[in-house]
Design a protein around this ligand. Structure first.
Ligand code: PLP
Length: 496
């Protein structure tokens, strides 16, 4: 197998090994790590068809993590995809309403982030040993709600690693907040930021880019890394479930050998849909990637006009994990569109920073052909949840509903009958209030925790272990900070 090395999207010096890319998270110049050459799958889809989730994960991931021994990677996979997942299949596929919902929310924190964040801590610990890192690793994470909890859960009590999570104080659901503030583990720290997700993400990127501050931390025995989807160790595990679902359709005779499918992804930071796109580069037969947004529709505009413009009002919606204007992983996709031109990338990113927007050339726009962009507002999201519940008794969360509604729009416009997978990114139990409100406005008066019980009865579903008894758990974290206090907050924690 050819060794896979990684480079920054913004320059071609300093190529690094997979383990180094994982430990560092972000490249030294602020760019994102990408494989210099994409790996080639050693087996055909035919040969993969009977693998279970763990076998398939091993087969796909080893091409990207070539400096991991087989046994090391296998251990990471076994530690990640185990009984923590309430579904034996890990990522089950459910056929409803003429589409296939790929349920990615059966992990411990009820959102698709578990798919990657249950393995990233193990990859990082292994990578840290391999690269002879002497310092303790500090994971800094900005979260729009789901990443934070999934990262805390994954990294809790992992030796040699501390994790600090910043969440927008008023930008997450009551359940998301409670999930984070009750997190156990003596290496976990949770901070409510007075600002929105973009403020948190920007603040953290600044910390990574501040050389003097990083040197100071090194002196204290710490080294920063990231669990956000800027880390390539997040994207690689996410490729697996797209293959897994395709192979399941093949096994069940729902599609023919080589038949193309559509993939619909409710999108925020562009990480999940990028993993699907990377799947296609590895040979997954995909017709269209359907990128679904809420009213924060920067990606919709980008796909339809080639202009990326963040100078607009930030909107709080009922699909908060997609309330993002700066989609970090778009940088990796842009790199592909530019024909791997790091100089162009540098210019785009500089323009984005200085002017808040950039426009790609007509030639680059051609690369968007495989993508369809759509967006849906809150009202339509509520309607979609209710309609699907009434017709199929299937309860979707708000993010999945955005995806399904955008898909319906696409289908109406295009008449395309290609078989379609909807990435179902959260359990309805995680966004209980908005989901129950869609079914019946009267339910507004109950608190989130009562609504969980009501939802369980209504949909005849067991309350997932991750939130059972959440209201009775002890609050262990109550730190807060202002936008400009992020570094101080980190220093305070680490100097203890
Ligand atoms: C994070 C998240 C998304 C967006 O995924 P990206 O990889 O950031 O595009 C969508 N839905 C849910 C429930 C999420 O937690």
């Amino acid at each position: 197998m050819e060794a896979c090395t990684y480079k920054s999207t913004r320059c071609s010096d300093f190529n690094v090994k997979p383990s180094e890319a994982i430990v560092k998270g972000l490249a030294h110049d602020g760019g994102l790590y990408i494989p210099l050459d994409f790996p080639v799958l050693e087996k055909s889809l035919d040969q993969l068809v009977d693998m279970d989730y763990r076998e398939l994960a091993f087969h796909i991931m080893r091409g990207f993590l070539t400096d991991f021994e087989d046994e090391e990677l296998q251990n990471c996979i076994n530690n990640a995809y185990d009984k923590k997942f309430e579904s034996e299949e890990i990522a089950p596929l459910v056929k409803k309403e003429g589409v296939y919902f790929l349920e990615l929310f059966h992990g411990p924190t009820l959102a698709f982030k578990d798919m990657a964040l249950s393995i990233l801590p193990h990859l990082m610990k292994t990578a840290s040993k391999k690269t002879n890192i002497q310092e303790d690793i500090v994971i800094l994470t900005a979260t729009s709600g789901d990443t934070g909890k999934a990262a805390l859960e994954g990294f809790a009590d992992i030796d040699g690693i501390k994790i600090i999570v910043f969440y927008p104080e008023n930008g997450v659901s009551e359940i998301q907040k409670r999930q984070m503030t009750t997190q156990e583990g003596k290496n976990t720290f949770v901070i409510g930021l007075e600002g929105n997700f973009d403020d948190a993400q920007r603040g953290i990127k600044e910390v990574f880019a501040d050389t003097a501050y990083n040197e100071k931390l090194n002196g204290m025995g710490y080294k920063l890394s990231s669990a956000n989807s800027i880390n390539i160790g997040r994207l690689v595990p996410q490729i697996v479930y797209y293959f897994y679902s395709y192979l399941k359709l093949l096994r069940d005779g729902e599609i023919a050998d080589g038949e193309k499918i559509n993939i619909v992804v409710p999108t925020g930071n562009f990480g999940n849909i990028l993993s699907a796109y990377y799947g296609k580069k590895l040979g997954l037969p995909v017709n269209k990637f359907i990128c679904a947004s809420n009213d924060n529709n920067v990606l919709y505009d980008f796909i339809n006009t080639g202009i990326y413009d963040i100078e607009r009002e930030f909107k709080k919606t009922i699909s908060p994990s997609m309330d993002i204007l700066i989609s970090s992983n778009l940088e990796r996709f842009l790199y592909e569109l530019s024909g791997n031109d790091e100089n162009k990338l540098k210019q785009f990113m500089l323009k984005l920073k200085k002017e808040g927007k950039y426009e790609i050339s007509d030639k680059m726009k051609e690369g968007l052909e495989d993508f369809y962009g759509g967006f849906i507002g809150d009202e339509k999201t509520h309607d979609t949840i209710r309609e699907v519940y009434e017709s199929s008794k299937y309860l979707m969360d708000t993010h999945t509903a955005v995806a399904f509604a955008v898909y319906k729009k696409y289908k109406e416009e295009s008449g395309d009958n290609t078989k379609t997978i909807i990435a179902s990114t959260a359990s309805p139990f995680k966004f209980t209030r908005s989901v129950m409100k869609s079914i019946d406005e009267e339910l507004e008066k109950y608190n989130d925790f009562d609504l969980i019980k009501k939802m369980s009865k209504l949909a005849d579903l067991n309350i997932p272990a991750g939130i059972k008894g959440l209201e009775d758990r002890k609050i262990l974290h109550n730190r807060r900070c202002k936008k400009n206090e992020i570094k101080t907050a980190i220093s305070n924690i680490l100097s203890k």
